[in-house]
Write a protein that binds this ligand. Structure first.
Ligand SMILES: CC(C)(COP(=O)(O)OP(=O)(O)OC[C@H]1O[C@@H](n2cnc3c(N)ncnc32)[C@H](O)[C@@H]1OP(=O)(O)O)[C@@H](O)C(=O)NCCC(=O)NCCS
Length: 198
């Protein structure tokens, strides 16, 4: 389900178990707390050139991140390209916030890159896989020719999500990123609309 109101695109996507909805400032505390989780800092956070993570977000910084999502939703309402938009992942029945997924980039050639995280206490219940399937279906409805994500080698939970959501492993970019001064390999997973069965 998606609808457009004024200049803002209000998009919610649901499969009855997981609902993706836009972030609001009221969610800032949840985002700030999640940003302190070691795995989220490792795999989703901002790092310096040596792969040292930035400090966790303060509530104010989380609000600013949410405001950037809002601006991207406004840009999407005008351009139809969802680069930079973010969804809160919620439990469809309780409404509880469990994580985040967002479109990192949408190229001029309609290639979409996205990422995700789930708060530590909500992992292992299928939320991420369901969120990726919902997000991918939406990206293809918008006309994406290809959707992809990258996973740092060794992040087995994320590899499992990509595979379960129907993404194809395309290869490994050796030494493509850095963590705490050590180079790491990065795996690429992609789905194409005509072959994806998610
Ligand atoms: C990756 C992440 C989003 C997965 O979230 P989740 O809610 O646990 O995902 P799901 O429940 O949908 O699926 C997890 C799958 O991975 C499996 N899994 C979980 N931890 C695993 C591990 N350490 N090794 C192997 N498989 C693992 C689960 O068993 C499940 O597969 P199954 O249902 O076939 O058993 C979550 O672990 C996370 O946020 N990690 C930190 C941030 C991150 O890695 N983000 C992704 C960056 S690419």
């Amino acid at each position: 389900m998606s609808e457009l109101g004024g200049n803002d695109a209000i998009v919610t996507l649901s499969d009855g178990r997981v609902t993706l909805r836009p972030w609001s400032r009221a969610d800032a505390r949840f985002m700030a707390e999640a940003s302190a989780d070691p795995a989220i800092r490792r795999y989703n956070g901002v790092h310096d050139r040596q792969g040292h993570p930035a400090p966790p977000l303060s509530n104010l910084e989380a609000e600013a991140a949410i405001d950037r999502f809002v601006l991207s939703w406004r840009a999407f309402a005008v351009s139809g390209a969802p680069g930079g938009v973010g969804f809160a992942i919620t439990d469809a029945r309780s409404g509880a916030l469990v994580g985040c997924c967002g479109v990192d980039d949408w190229t001029e050639e309609d290639v979409a890159q996205f990422g995700y995280w789930i708060a530590a206490d909500a992992r292992g219940r299928g939320y991420a896989t369901r969120a990726v399937i919902l997000l991918t279906r939406w990206l293809f409805e918008l006309g994406a020719a290809r959707a992809f994500l990258t996973v740092v080698a060794g992040n087995e939970a994320s590899v499992a999500v990509a595979r379960r959501a129907g993404f194809v492993y395309e290869g490994t970019m050796r030494d493509h990123s850095v963590w705490q001064g050590e180079r790491c390999d990065v795996m690429w997973f992609a789905a194409l609309p005509h072959e994806w069965t998610g």
